[in-house]
Design a protein around this ligand. Structure first.
Ligand code: NAI
Length: 784
């Protein structure tokens, strides 16, 4: 026999991991589990079975927590909040460190329990999920330690309601709980109904670690429990990971509640292979991209884009590799692909694949166990870009593939999705990789690697993949709020027509400002604007849905602004400031007329507006990204990118300053903006047209639509091509804006009934810059 023949006949022997300790833990603590509230396990209530998806065997019974139990948990978290938030950063760091240590000490138990409950290969639970969960607690112990010095003036939000999915039960728990606790919040977390066991084990170690009662509460149950938690009036922050559909529902259900919200949702992430890639590595990467965790990964590289010239060879090699993947008992250390989490998910995957009639479907030749939720690694080629399987998240071990010819075509296909979670690029050409990475609509980009995660590296999506980041200082921010000076928010209405109007013959009608040109209102309606003393100052156009559409289209058309340098944007902002300064007396007089303030106040407003333009000119080339040191052979670059098109409803007070306080940070960071100015005093903003025209600002970067914010808010907030909505006017309710923003899950910043002090320092700075930017984390090979 030749060596080659020996290799061909050799097979892996089974290497089973024992489930005895995990089953003993279930028997000892269960087998029926109640929720974990205020430091103790409650008595089990109405229960349902949690099963091992590889065998169908019942593992334990889990309580379907009622709204009343959720309320108890939230009350416990509220009670614990003052004590926990008052601890020093160091004291909280010690608690997080203790949890990290216990996660290490019980690592095997966690890994086996996770594998039993979820069906994932023990190799993955042991080598990826559990170590990353530990790392998360260690890292956040560090953030807690440094928080007081590094982020002064920030306060925790309060009680966090956190809902997580079943694909990485312990890891997602860590991503949620570690930053919340580090920042000084308390938590009620709901694990997914299929996979509650490691969360319950975690609750157990919270007791062992001596965590104060009520700081962490775990309520088990299905979506009904999740709904009760996310809509509970005493929850200050909701953090959700799961499907886009449920994320959208949560956005709607929490609209106007004042709850802070982060959503980490689905994806259909592209995996791009250029013809100069190291093919073998790209194929191994693909195994990790789509067959890791049976493809049940939100950022799975589920859409393969391979350059045409190498496609045939690549697919042939891929199929050969697929045939070698071993499917089977998740507790066997030598298997590659385990069981899908539940028969429901198995049925969904089967239905999606069976419904497809296009292209060619290849199933790995590897044997599939007859019992249990096993689905073979599958590759589907030859689909058209609009085919449902090219667009929909399958969330299983199914890869779809298409080809491209040029890098720009690759980018176009990659971005042809409503999602924007992650993307992978394989090429040996550094220039090409770093040229393509910024063009991809994704929150995370991996270069010559895939599915890398670390506590230091921000993770999260754009578009309908949700908003907010987890990991790093950036992730911590989502659990903190800046302590700001605010004032009561009072709507200012347009001055009503006086009994004896003082209407000098010269009438000026302010038009809309769209694409750098003045445009008449589509509806043909306008409304007189009276001074506080009853003098006719001019007319404002009453914008409608069509005007908003035109303005958004113009803003989209000005996409080149996003690619300008910070230096250029700074120059233009300085220039706007300079031109405003040259006309400051005129603007001050206008403010006086419009609002009735005295000359000194009006002049002060113009001065602060010029100062503010200088502030954002200064920031334009200084709000930099950071390089994160991650414990692998690489570096994660957390780059700040513009959000895109921002729709903004300016505040009523300080009509010039309010408008510029919103415009300036948006355009400084490379966004385009559609602004609805103050309803009561729109002419201070419409006078800006000439200033903008003479300041070298390209048309379409700033667009202004005047009118009643109550009419314009909905079309702006629901527009599918608007990426973020800011609403500072009390003329619209936070609820209406946030509800409308659910259309494409745009990020929203909406007044909570309090007004920003625009004249003060609260009216500018990092908070605005953060809202105007998105973090893109680009992982690149680096060092040894
Ligand atoms: P799901 O989004 O329904 O479940 C995630 C979590 O949300 C679970 O804990 C669930 O109990 C909870 N939940 C459900 N309805 C809720 C509501 N109205 N309010 C609050 N919480 C609620 O996901 P599901 O149904 O388990 O999976 C369906 C599909 O979702 C998958 O096939 C996959 O495409 C996608 N998905 C994506 C995930 C991701 O990480 N991006 C994770 C899980 C699922």
């Amino acid at each position: 026999m030749t060596t080659r023949e020996i290799f061909e006949t050799m097979d892996y022997g089974p290497a089973p991991e024992s489930s005895a300790e995990a089953l003993a833990w279930i028997a000892a603590k269960g087998p029926a589990f109640g929720a974990f509230i205020d430091g103790a396990f409650a008595k089990p209530g109405e229960t349902f079975a949690t099963r091992n998806p590889a065998t169908g065997a019942e593992l334990a019974r889990i309580t379907q927590s009622s709204a009343e139990q959720v309320d108890k948990a939230v009350t416990a978290a509220r009670r614990a909040f003052p004590g926990w938030s008052k601890l020093s950063g160091h004291q909280r760091a010690r608690h997080l460190y203790a949890l990290a240590r216990l996660l290490q000490k019980h690592a095997r138990l966690f890994a086996v329990l996770e594998s039993l409950d979820n069906g994932k290969p023990i190799r993955e639970a042991r080598d990826i999920d559990v170590p990353l969960a530990q790392r998360h607690f260690y890292y956040h112990a560090g953030l807690a330690q440094l928080l007081d010095d590094e982020m002064p003036g920030h306060a925790p939000l309060g009680v966090c309601g956190q809902v997580i999915p079943w694909n990485f039960p312990l890891l997602m728990l860590s991503w949620k709980i570690a930053p919340a606790l580090a920042a000084g919040n308390t938590v009620v977390l709901k694990p997914a109904e299929y996979t509650s066991l490691t969360a319950l084990l975690f609750a157990d170690i919270c007791r062992e670690a001596g965590l104060p009662k009520g700081v962490v509460n775990i309520v088990t149950g299905d979506g009904r429990t999740g709904e009760a938690l996310t809509t509970h009036p005493d929850v200050n922050k909701v953090a959700f990971t799961g499907s886009t559909e449920v994320g959208r529902r949560i956005r709607q259900a929490t609209a106007g509640s004042g709850k802070s919200l982060t959503l980490e949702l689905g994806g259909k992430s592209p995996y791009i292979v250029f013809d100069d890639a190291d093919i073998d590595s790209a194929i191994e990467g693909l195994v990790d991209a789509i067959w890791f965790n049976q493809g049940q990964v939100c950022c799975a590289g589920s859409r393969l884009l391979v350059q045409e010239g190498i496609a045939a060879d690549f697919h042939a090699r891929l199929k050969a590799r697929m045939d070698k993947l071993r499917l089977g008992d998740p507790l066997d250390k030598s298997i590659d692909v385990g069981a899908v989490v539940d028969p429901v998910q198995h049925a969904t995957i089967t239905r999606l694949v069976d419904r497809n009639t296009e292209g060619e479907t290849y199933r790995a030749a590897t044997p599939v166990p007859e019992q249990g939720c096993f689905y073979p690694p599958t590759l589907i080629t030859g689909l058209s870009p609009a085919a449902p399987l090219m667009q929909e998240e399958i969330f299983g071990p199914v890869l779809v593939s298409t080809t491209f010819r040029t890098p720009s075509e690759a980018v176009e296909i990659a971005n042809n999705t409503r999602y924007g979670l992650a993307a992978t690029v394989w090429t040996e050409n550094l220039n090409l990789a770093l040229d393509v990475a910024p063009k991809l609509a994704a929150g995370v980009v991996w270069v010559n690697a895939t599915n890398l995660f670390d506590a230091a590296a921000p993770f999260g999506g754009v578009r309908e993949s949700g908003f907010g980041r987890e990991g790093g200082w950036e992730g911590l921010l989502a659990y903190l709020e800046p302590a700001l000076k605010t004032k009561p928010l009072k709507p200012a209405d347009p001055v009503p027509a006086p009994d004896r109007p003082d209407a000098p013959g010269l009438d000026r009608t302010a038009k809309m400002y769209v694409g750098g040109k003045q445009a008449r209102p589509d509806g043909g309606y306008s409304q007189p604007v009276w001074s506080a003393k009853g003098r006719l100052l001019g007319h404002m156009g009453l914008g409608n849905r069509k005007d908003i559409r035109n303005a958004v289209e113009a803003a989209r058309g000005a996409a080149a602004w996003a690619r300008t340098t910070g230096h250029l944007r700074a120059q233009i902002l300085y220039y706007i400031g300079e031109n405003l300064s040259a006309r400051s007396a005129e603007f001050a007089a206008r403010i006086r007329d419009l609002t009735g303030v005295n000359a000194k106040t009006a002049e002060a407003e113009v001065d602060v507006a010029i100062d503010r333009l200088f502030t954002y000119a200064a920031w334009a080339d200084k709000f930099d990204g950071t390089a994160k040191s991650v414990p692998i052979r690489g570096i994660a670059l957390a780059m700040t990118e513009p959000v895109g098109v921002i729709g903004a409803l300016a505040p009523d007070d300080a009509p010039l300053l309010g408008a510029l306080s919103v415009i300036a940070p948006a355009i400084a960071m490379g966004n385009r903006i559609v602004l609805v100015p103050s309803y009561a005093a729109p002419l201070a903003a419409t006078d800006l047209y000439q200033v903008l025209d003479t300041s070298d600002l390209p048309g379409g970067v700033v667009n202004i639509v005047t009118g009643d914010p109550a009419d314009l808010a909905e079309p702006l907030a629901s527009h599918m091509d608007v990426d973020a909505i800011w609403a500072f006017t009390p003329h619209v309710s936070a609820e209406a804006v946030e509800r409308a923003s659910a259309s494409n899950l745009k990020r929203s910043w909406v007044h909570d009934g309090h007004g920003i002090d625009w004249m003060g320092k609260s009216g500018e700075g990092r908070r605005f810059l953060q809202a105007a930017t998105e973090i893109k984390t680009i992982w690149v090979p680096y060092g040894e």
